[in-house]
Design a protein around this ligand. Structure first.
Ligand code: PLP
Length: 392
């Protein structure tokens, strides 16, 4: 089925599906073969060449979701990030990266790039000018992440993409937090879109995968490196991911709605000092988010007042689990200072606005009333704990 002018849920459900001509089954047949007989057409199918029937089908779906000419699926989000970056960076080149990056991407850059002779700079802020001031003669790539983790800052896609075009630089974005349901960066001039499919595409916390979407020309370049790096995804997981994406539009829209409701609830709560959610009119980048996002996403962060201990609060939740991962149908929370940003110095954290009471909240599809009840209960528990004098 062609993706032209089809709505998101139709694309999620149908684009790229394999037809079961033999039995007329409802879902794509799964081809587990790692070996395919040659025929007259010169297609050498092999999983690490990213061209088994199931891989090709899912790549079409992901390309359609991101309004891209082509896409590739990888064994993890980091396989997608590393392959995309390294495809455009050679020894002596320079890359500009947004200051707040996913931890794994930050580690890739700071731990590995020097040994390949690749230079890098991080921006000071999120404005297009913050990217422009870091550009050097040898800058080949600008790398963004919006909404960012954990404070949900928004980067101006059109602003950064047009600066990059002026300098002949490729732009890349990690679009994981938004998902293709809420943000399609290619529409705003960004060149390469990357996803950790472990998150909203998978959506059930049971798949590890990654994806890259771009023009055919860029994807040819990325493919060339990808087959050498070897980060392809097993066909069984490809098939599971295709199934998961069928409900991505439904899931993510439900998560958008729940996150908006939770943001308003938390924003009016006496024990919460601040809420970071691009859907709130009080968010500093709300207007920009409205321009470039179709929905504001299922991720938000909030800051507990100093009298509510963050780890005690998390332990007192009964329905919402503490977890490193995000974007599943189940709600999860984590404390960035204790987990994702624990290795950062307190000074850098405070410079970035990440306080000890900050809680990152990945809002699931549960009923909002139940999520609210869970948070109310946890806050009461923490207060009780504080007010009970120790018995011994
Ligand atoms: C999880 C994540 C990644 C890395 O994905 P993996 O599938 O864990 O390799 C990259 N970027 C963002 C924003 C993520 O949340």
């Amino acid at each position: 089925m062609s993706s032209k002018s089809k709505g998101i849920n139709t694309v999620c459900t149908h684009v790229g599906e394999l037809v079961d001509k033999q039995y007329k089954g409802a879902v794509s047949p799964l081809y587990m073969s790692t070996s395919y007989a040659f025929d007259d057409v010169d297609v050498k199918r092999y999983p690490r060449y990213f061209n088994t029937p199931n891989q090709e089908g899912l790549c079409k779906k992901i390309a359609a979701l991101e309004h891209a000419e082509a896409a590739l699926i990888f064994g993890s989000g980091m396989a997608a990030v590393s392959t995309a970056l390294m495809a455009f960076l050679h020894a002596g080149d320079h890359v500009v990266l947004q200051q707040t990056l996913y931890g794994g991407t930050y580690n890739l850059v700071t731990e590995e790039f020097a040994k390949f002779g690749i230079e890098y700079s991080f921006t000071e802020g999120w404005e297009p000018k913050d990217f422009e001031t870091q550009i050097k003669d040898n800058t080949k790539v600008i790398y963004m992440e919006t909404p960012s983790n954990p404070l949900l800052t928004i980067t101006d896609l059109v602003g950064v993409a047009s600066i990059a075009k002026k300098h002949g630089i490729i732009t890349m974005i990690d679009n994981t937090f938004a998902s293709p349901v809420n943000q399609n960066p290619i529409e705003f001039g960004v060149d390469v879109v990357i996803h950790s499919a472990t998150k909203y595409m998978g959506g059930h916390s049971d798949i590890c995968a990654g994806a890259v979407a771009s023009s055919q020309k860029n994807m040819d370049k990325i493919f060339h490196l990808a087959k050498n790096f070897g980060g392809s995804l097993s066909d069984y997981t490809v098939w599971l991911l295709e199934r998961s994406i069928k409900t991505m539009g439904l899931r993510v829209r439900a998560q958008n709605e729940n996150a908006m409701a939770m943001a308003y609830y938390l924003n009016n709560h006496d024990d919460i000092a601040a809420v970071y959610y691009p859907g709130l009119p009080t968010h500093k980048d709300h207007e920009l988010a409205k321009k470039q996002m179709k929905g504001f996403g299922g991720m938000l962060s909030f800051e507990l007042k100093p009298n509510i201990d963050a780890s005690l609060f998390q332990k007192s939740l009964r329905l919402i689990k503490s977890s490193m991962s995000l974007a599943g149908v189940e709600s999860t929370v984590l404390s960035p200072t204790q987990t994702s940003h624990a290795l950062m110095s307190a000074e850098i954290r405070s410079k970035q606005g990440i306080k000890d009471g900050l809680i990152r909240f990945s809002v699931g599809i549960e009923e909002v009333e139940d999520l609210i009840e869970d948070i109310e209960y946890a806050i009461i528990k923490v207060k009780e704990y504080i007010s009970i004098p120790s018995e011994n």
